[in-house]
Design a protein around this ligand. Structure first.
Ligand code: URA
Length: 234
């Protein structure tokens, strides 16, 4: 954002008066006096007017993205693989993902610039239920379903009780929905593996009472006011 606009957006004064303040040497960016109205101010820059720090508080944005396969749930990737940030590029605010989904997992991902809400939701103590639809290979027998529901050892950790619903049995596999209230690394894949099945496809379809619905892969939508209130109430 241009410096004069930044000062106006911070509520200090009008853009025209901001130009005057700048011209008169009253404004510093990162400790250096700037006399041109044009330099652009980034999110990490420190702007002072008459020695006082001024800040623009960004509007809070809450999005639901349908994460496609082959995207990293982060802002940057060392190996230059596609990242979810690229899918919300036209949102000017710096939104980031709440929690993570594996590279190969698709589906519901909340993105926001509300750091407090993001931290709260992603915190392990929070136990927000998350529902996944899994296509698996192997026999999903009633005993295996019972074990998944009760809790299985995924390598030094026994999972909390989960809800499991078999949607469809196939010749060499099944489609199941599983709701878990924790978020260990690759948890759903490890849970099925613990009972001798393999997850072939994994999609997150709900987070509490937020549903992915018919949102197309790679697309996002803004959350409604009631969805935002719901997330804040969790
Ligand atoms: N469980 C997994 O195994 N992978 C995910 O991406 C999310 C939950």
């Amino acid at each position: 954002m241009r410096l004069n606009r930044y000062i106006a957006a911070a509520g200090i004064t009008s853009r025209r008066k901001a130009d005057e303040l700048i011209k008169n040497g009253n404004v510093k960016i990162n400790g250096v006096v700037v006399k041109e109205p044009g330099p652009s101010v980034g999110p990490d820059d420190r702007v002072e007017v008459n020695g006082k720090l001024v800040q623009v508080t960004e509007k809070k944005v809450y999005l639901m993205l349908n994460k496609p396969n082959g995207y990293i749930t982060s802002m940057k990737d060392q190996a230059d693989r596609p990242v979810v940030r690229e899918l919300v590029e036209d949102i000017p605010e710096r939104v980031f993902p709440v929690g993570r989904l594996d590279y190969n997992t698709t589906g519901l991902l909340i993105m926001t610039n509300d750091g407090e809400l993001a931290n709260r939701l992603a915190h392990p103590s929070h136990h927000v239920p998350k529902t996944y639809r899994a296509e698996i290979s192997g026999v999903l027998s009633p005993e295996r379903v019972r074990a998944l529901r009760k809790g299985v050892d995924i390598g030094g950790y026994v999972t909390r009780p989960a809800k499991v619903k078999v949607i469809k049995h196939r010749e060499k596999g099944a489609i199941a929905e599983i709701e878990i209230t924790e978020g260990k690394n690759r948890q759903v894949r490890k849970m099925f593996s613990a009972v001798g099945c393999k997850v072939m496809k994994l999609e997150r379809v709900a987070m509490g009472e937020l549903y992915l619905g018919r949102l197309a892969s790679g697309h996002y939508r803004k959350l409604t006011r009631s969805e935002i209130e719901y997330l804040k109430s969790l």
